[in-house]
Ligand binder design. Structure first.
Ligand SMILES: Cc1ncc(C[n+]2csc(CCOP(=O)(O)OP(=O)(O)O)c2C)c(N)n1
Length: 593
């Protein structure tokens, strides 16, 4: 027993340890990434990255079928990728307990959409718990495994950015003991989901939901707290925290289990308050069901469907609707506007030169998700689409089919190494198979940079830093049927331009792979800083050519006398990549003396 200050993600990891989890698998994605990273603290757990979320869940399912407790972690969009096994897992049930932790990102701090994962729990017919602080992250993780085994079901745990990244005090405990040892048990009628067996399982799943609802009616997970009888608010997770702060007098029904909903408890609560509200982020998930129960309730009439909530936003919604009259002062921290800080590629990022050249070649770039999505930003302005991980290549393959040959040549798909291995491989297989005449650029910076530099199957290391076999990306592309595969140095602007131009003109699919590591990964064979560069102020003509790559290390200094300004390189930021040097026609950029 110990008290610690933990983030939600650290507490999930601790919960997995205390629940005696045997196997943990995940694919990184903000805000879920640190769950698996923190699980590596506990050597009792076999923890590893998977190439994508579907594989992560399937690894956990295998461990569970073998009788071990298992956890899979992902961000909300990861559940889209893992949905196929999830839905059938609901039918098979589990061996050892299985928990899927999903972290949503309302407000899209770091995501391409803000889907509400509670819909997946209902859709896949699996229970979902939603913790409201780090202590509950730990406690609910432990409890989720018990529910999983008691009801023979996977259990989803829903987090969000604030719960995952916020910190609070947590009481830790010793791990559970006495769980059955994993072993192989044959039970094909339950685990082989062909139609005849699945038909038997479906009614079992429906009965399970009824039993889980009953469990929820009587579980301390869901609790009524009566304060003033004027206003009653149903809420869950982080929203409960906001409601307590925004409407301190309101009575609350705090739901720790958001699917299935405890209908009897909801009716009891509705009978105790004069006006009933649901305050929830994103979809009217609870509200619609309460309305379907024939209970009068106000929800999205006053609370936005979009973005995050906060105590201030809730208070404003209630006061705009005339439900509360006085607006207590907001904490000062909520009133300070922060200076804008647009995202940018790092100084020395190997992606920069590729986008510079794609722009100059007037390419139409079907993009993908990673640091390189920033190629969309000015001054590079070289990304035209970005849908989801892996979509760049298949989007390119589709777009060329509707274009005349001259336009087809402009189409270039751009994808990172981790994203290529996540879901790009299938798309390249399609492109090669159907001979779509587009060019694919794989930006191999040897790491999953965007989410904080996680290893991937081509990086040569595992989650715990052990060396591992590396996927050979050029060979893989050839094996998929691409005949023209070439590797270029993205710091060499002319070579990059020549390679892109040549491949774009080719009337068949081809792949260009860049070979410089992310400038934030250190270690043998990884990023090495070059000589720091400086601008010779005497030679600089103020032409601004070097600014066209948007490197944060290059500043523009206006001339105080009103003449043309000059470029200046911040020696603390420069990594010596030389891309700006290659752009300077006046030889004004050279090694710092
Ligand atoms: C389905 C899904 N899972 C996870 C993520 C989070 N995510 C965004 S980009 C990315 C990978 C980026 O790595 P890479 O393709 O190597 O590009 P880099 O950032 O290194 O340039 C991940 C994991 C996501 N957006 N969608």
């Amino acid at each position: 027993m110990n008290k610690e200050i933990l983030s939600g993600n650290e507490a999930f990891a601790r919960g997995a340890f205390e629940a005696a989890v045997k196997v943990a698998s995940a694919y990184p994605g903000t805000p879920s990434t640190e769950i698996l990273e923190n699980i590596t603290r506990y050597k009792e757990i076999d923890a590893s990255w998977a190439p994508n979320e579907k594989v992560a869940l399937e690894v956990a399912i295998g461990a569970s079928f073998g009788g071990g407790r298992a956890v899979a972690c992902m961000k909300h969009v990861g559940v889209n990728v893992a949905a196929d096994p999830l839905f059938t897992l609901s039918y098979t049930g589990v061996g050892g307990g299985l928990v899927l932790i999903v972290a949503d990102d309302p407000e899209m701090h770091s995501s391409q959409d803000e889907q509400d994962s509670r819909n997946y729990a209902r859709f896949a017919k699996v229970p979902m718990l939603e913790p409201a602080d780090s202590q509950e992250c730990l406690d609910y993780t432990r409890l989720a495994f018990e529910i999983s085994e008691q009801f023979d079901t996977p259990v989803m745990l829903r987090s969000c950015t604030r719960i995952s990244h916020g910190k609070s005090v947590v009481q830790t405990s010793d791990p559970v003991t006495g769980l059955p040892e994993p072993k192989l048990v044959k039970n094909p009628a339950k685990l082989v989901m062909l139609p005849g067996n699945a038909r038997v399982r479906h009614p079992i799943v429906e009965e399970r939901t009824v039993k889980l609802m009953e469990y929820g009616n009587n579980s301390p997970l869901n609790s009524i707290e009566i304060r003033s009888a004027e206003i009653g608010v149903i809420c869950a997770g982080v929203t409960w925290q906001y409601v307590r702060e925004a409407l301190p007098e309101a009575s609350t029904l705090k739901l720790g289990m958001v699917w299935p909903l405890p209908q009897q408890l909801i009716r009891d609560f509705a009978g105790k308050v004069k006006k009933l509200f649901v305050v929830e982020e994103l979809d009217p998930f609870i509200e619609d069901q309460v309305k379907a129960m024939g209970i009068e309730v106000i929800g999205k009439e006053i609370i936005s469907l979009c973005g995050e909530l906060s105590p201030g936003r809730i208070r404003k919604a209630f006061s705009d609707a005339g439900i509360i009259t006085t607006l207590p002062d907001l904490p000062a921290s909520q009133n300070i506007p922060l200076p804008p800080r647009p995202p940018n590629m790092c100084p020395g990022c190997p992606h920069r030169g590729v986008f510079y050249q794609l722009n100059r070649l007037n390419a139409y770039v079907t993009g993908d998700i990673g640091c390189y999505t920033l190629g969309f930003m000015p001054p590079l302005n070289a990304m035209d689409t970005c849908v989801c991980m892996g979509a760049s290549i298949s989007n390119a393959s589709g777009i060329v089919r509707v274009l005349p040959p001259a336009e087809q040549q402009r189409v270039v798909a751009v994808i990172g190494d981790s994203t290529f291995l996540h879901t790009g491989i299938n798309s390249l297989m399609e492109m090669a198979w159907n001979q779509s005449p587009a060019t694919v650029v794989i930006l191999d910076n040897r790491i999953t940079a965007m989410t904080g530099r996680q290893e991937n199957p081509a990086s040569g290391y595992t989650l715990d830093g052990e060396t591992a076999p590396e996927v050979n990306i050029p060979d893989l592309c050839r094996a998929l049927g691409i005949r023209h595969v070439r590797v270029v140095d993205p710091y060499d602007l002319e070579a990059t331009r020549a390679a892109l131009q040549e491949e774009m003109q080719r009337p068949e699919p081809s792949v260009v792979i860049t070979n410089r590591p992310c400038c934030l990964i250190k270690g043998a064979g990884r990023f090495e800083k070059g000589a720091i560069l400086e601008v010779d102020q005497g030679k600089c003509t103020g032409c601004k050519a070097c600014l066209r790559i948007g490197c944060p290390a290059i500043e523009w200094k206006p001339d105080p006398a009103g003449n043309k300004g000059k470029a200046f390189i911040d020696p603390n930021l420069c990594t010596g990549c030389t891309v700006c040097q290659q752009l300077c026609k006046f030889n004004a950029i050279g090694r710092a003396r």
